[in-house]
Design a protein around this ligand. Structure first.
Ligand SMILES: Cc1cc2nc3c(=O)[nH]c(=O)nc-3n(C[C@H](O)[C@H](O)[C@H](O)COP(=O)(O)OP(=O)(O)OC[C@H]3O[C@@H](n4cnc5c(N)ncnc54)[C@H](O)[C@@H]3O)c2cc1C
Length: 435
């Protein structure tokens, strides 16, 4: 069986290894060094484009748990990261050159992989995995746009923070939609005039993320960063994402001066999205400034807000749960383009896309790991219909049945369920890097 992979970044490298180790012949197309993205600097496969930290190693942290699942799944990238680790406290921090050089050496030396240094400008025929990442080259992105029916492909994200609902002060919040006070779809966080002024002043003076030239996004009117909107005048937010009109605080019977609306992000109501609060503030500043909203003063965030250059599909519209496209079942997406965010999340979606493409080639249906695992929960996130789909990093709030008070039990169950899935699919594999 021959499978073509387009893109030799994190997810493409992982998919290639999984396929090749299981006997498939892989053609791995990577455009660097002939052509490059604005962020990559080397010709290595699997280059880390920014931080050399793969985040926490702790099992009670979702990033650590995801890595452990990947270790058990036989991930080449996590195995190589473990071997290239440098001191980094509780995080898995790697020597970036050693990490990427070793993966390049393993894949280029693998008997089942042919690495072809060429920009792919048309999606090939046959079984294909597209793993071209957040900076997919322009011509191919146009092709993807056509295959995914136009408006399902985005070139920028606009991510609002997500709050752990158990950390919201419910005495300072009330349910209700605008003009519809008996709905519980939105949780509203009111501010008095004085509280709004303090929030506004802090927002205006808060530190923002420094951007590289290519990251400077042309902000769209519909999704301006909250701080950019605020720059237009002290009252602008009161006519935008903090508009109080039509909202009645049942506890006072009055319309508040300002309101932040939180929208339920999952069925269980454990995660709430701050509607319209996409931002370029640094993470500590988001914690500080959004903590001035009374109901959020002790908020803990599953995800902070951001806006990036990022090519990704609207997964729920175009992806099946085996990561194939609804419009073309022999075409799989892998990595950040699927709508996940982050190095290890992209790796996980590369590993699964590889396994899924292999199953497809064998005519066997592929079901992802259960949503009680980090890997399965990410697949569920990117394939479940939701309003305003935006990319997601791994966090405990995504895991089915997550309960903050039973975090340890949730983490244990994630690993047990992953082990059971590996056994059921007969996927057990030791990473062999001797080739
Ligand atoms: C500037 C930037 C900084 C980031 N920093 C972090 C961070 O610090 N931590 C974190 O967790 N995540 C970070 N991310 C997010 C993300 O996790 C990484 O981008 C990750 O590398 C995504 O993996 P991927 O496999 O989807 O894409 P990539 O690793 O980008 O791989 C895609 C590959 O496809 C190749 N390619 C593109 N188009 C074509 C084509 N037409 N033909 C052939 N090859 C092609 C590219 O050259 C590249 O090698 C960052 C993203 C960006 C853009």
């Amino acid at each position: 069986m021959e499978i073509k992979i387009v893109g030799g970044g994190l997810s493409g490298a992982e998919a290639a290894y999984q396929l090749a180790e299981r006997g498939a012949k892989v053609l791995l197309f990577e455009m660097r060094p002939t052509s490059s993205t604005p962020a990559h600097k080397t010709a290595y496969l699997s280059e880390l484009v920014c931080s050399n930290s793969l985040k926490s190693q702790e099992l009670l942290n979702a990033h650590g748990l995801l890595k452990e699942e990947l270790r058990r799944l036989g991930s080449l990238l996590v195995h190589t990261a473990d071997q290239s680790a440098i001191p980094g406290g509780k995080a898995l921090v790697v020597d970036r050159d050693r990490f990427a050089a070793r993966i390049t050496e393993i894949l280029e030396g693998h008997g089942n992989i042919q690495v072809i240094r060429q920009e792919v400008r048309e999606i090939p025929e046959g079984i294909v995995v597209v793993a071209t990442g957040p900076l997919t080259s322009g011509v191919l992105a146009e092709e993807l746009k056509v295959v995914t029916a136009g408006d399902s492909l985005s070139f920028f994200d606009a991510i609002s923070p997500i709050v752990d609902s158990s950390s919201i002060d419910m005495d300072r919040a009330f349910f209700g939609s605008r003009y519809s006070h008996d709905s519980d779809d939105y949780l509203n966080c009111p501010l008095t005039e004085e509280e709004y002024e303090a929030f506004y002043d802090a927002l205006m003076s808060a530190q923002r993320v420094d951007l590289r030239e290519f990251e400077k996004t042309p902000f769209f009117e519909g999704c301006l960063p909250i701080e950019v909107m605020a720059e237009r005048g002290k009252n602008t937010l009161l006519f935008g994402p903090m508009k109080p009109v039509g909202m009645v605080d049942r506890r006072t019977g009055r319309e508040p001066f300002a309101v932040v609306q939180l929208r339920r992000e999952n069925q269980a109501g454990t995660m709430y999205n701050m509607v319209g609060f996409q931002t370029k503030l640094t993470w500590p500043e988001q914690q500080r400034v959004f903590g001035l909203i009374p109901a959020l003063r002790n908020a803990s965030f599953f995800r902070f807000g951001s806006i990036h250059r990022n090519t990704f599909v609207e997964g729920p519209r175009v992806l099946n749960e085996d990561l194939s496209l609804k419009a073309r079942e022999d075409l799989f997406l892998a990595g950040q383009i699927t709508g996940v965010e982050g190095y290890m999340e992209s790796t996980a979606m590369g590993l699964l896309a590889g396994l899924s493409a292999l199953s497809y080639g064998k005519g066997v249906p592929f079901t992802p790991p259960p949503p009680t695992t980090c890997t399965g929960a990410l697949v569920r996130y990117i394939t479940t219909p939701r309003k305003g789909f935006q990319p997601m990093n791994v966090n405990f709030g995504l895991l089915e049945g997550y309960n903050k008070k039973r975090k340890e039990a949730c983490a244990r169950r994630a690993l047990d369920d992953m082990d059971a899935w590996i056994r059921a699919k007969d996927l057990s594999m030791n990473v062999s890097t001797s080739s």
